[in-house]
Design a protein around this ligand. Structure first.
Ligand SMILES: Nc1ncnc2c1ncn2[C@@H]1O[C@H](COP(=O)(O)OP(=O)(O)OP(=O)(O)O)[C@@H](O)[C@H]1O
Length: 202
């Protein structure tokens, strides 16, 4: 059983992911793989340098992420190219990590922590999807506070993503993170118990 865990900017996905880990869940983190597949010298890094040129690198050979972000913001074609290079590699890495874990712990549930679960096709690779949900006003308030942003800046960042209310329609289960952390933890504990019971019965 692979569970896809997602959210929107500042909705609390990392908070919930950490709660699952505390309960003993094995979490495969898409952000870690996104960095790994472009590490200097990797095949992803080489393909990116071939396409964008060495100007896209910092002095120590790492990808210059702010420069890359700026480029793909202005050129949607470049974004597609970058995604075409990285996404398949991220998926392969996540699948391999999952298989390695399941070899050691057959039948155990695995959580895939994926920020853009519904924006791409990764949701098709998981058995169930969980969305960490908060209403817009709370998302805005938490984002402003966490990233020290003005209301306008925070609104622009939220607007650049698929709205949580649209993701809500696609998800199998919602984890409501609008109240206290304790309230969220209770939901995570209850979901984890159910997942484990189902895993034992299979
Ligand atoms: N239930 C809660 N009550 C109050 N604050 C919370 C709660 N859950 C999360 N936060 C705070 O809200 C902010 C966003 O949470 P978190 O970083 O977990 O979100 P995220 O979805 O992983 O964000 P991103 O994807 O943008 O990195 C953090 O500052 C976190 O401490």
């Amino acid at each position: 059983m692979i569970i896809g865990l997602t959210g929107g900017i500042a909705s609390g996905k990392s908070t919930v992911s950490a709660m699952f880990r505390e309960l003993g869940a094995y979490v495969v983190d898409a952000d870690i793989w996104a960095r790994r597949v472009v590490s200097p010298g990797s095949s992803g890094w080489k393909e990116i340098v071939d396409f964008f040129g060495r100007e896209i690198l910092t002095e120590d050979g790492e990808l210059n992420r702010p420069k890359l972000a700026e480029l793909i913001f202005h050129h949607p074609d470049y974004r597609h190219r970058l995604n075409a290079i990285t996404h398949p590699k991220i998926r392969i890495g996540m699948k391999e990590e999952t298989e390695d874990y399941l070899k050691q712990y057959p039948g155990q549930p695995v959580i895939w922590d994926v920020p853009l679960l519904f924006e791409g096709d990764t949701h098709q690779l998981v058995d169930e999807t969980f969305l960490v949900y908060v209403p817009y006003d709370i998302q805005l308030e938490r984002l402003m506070k966490r990233n020290q942003l003005s209301e306008e800046e925070a609104k622009a960042r939220i607007a650049s993503q698929m709205p949580l209310d649209s993701k809500r329609k696609l998800a199998d289960y919602l984890i409501d993170n609008s109240l206290t952390l304790e309230h969220t933890r209770e939901q995570v504990q209850s979901i984890w118990r159910t997942i484990q019971q189902n895993a034992c019965q299979e």
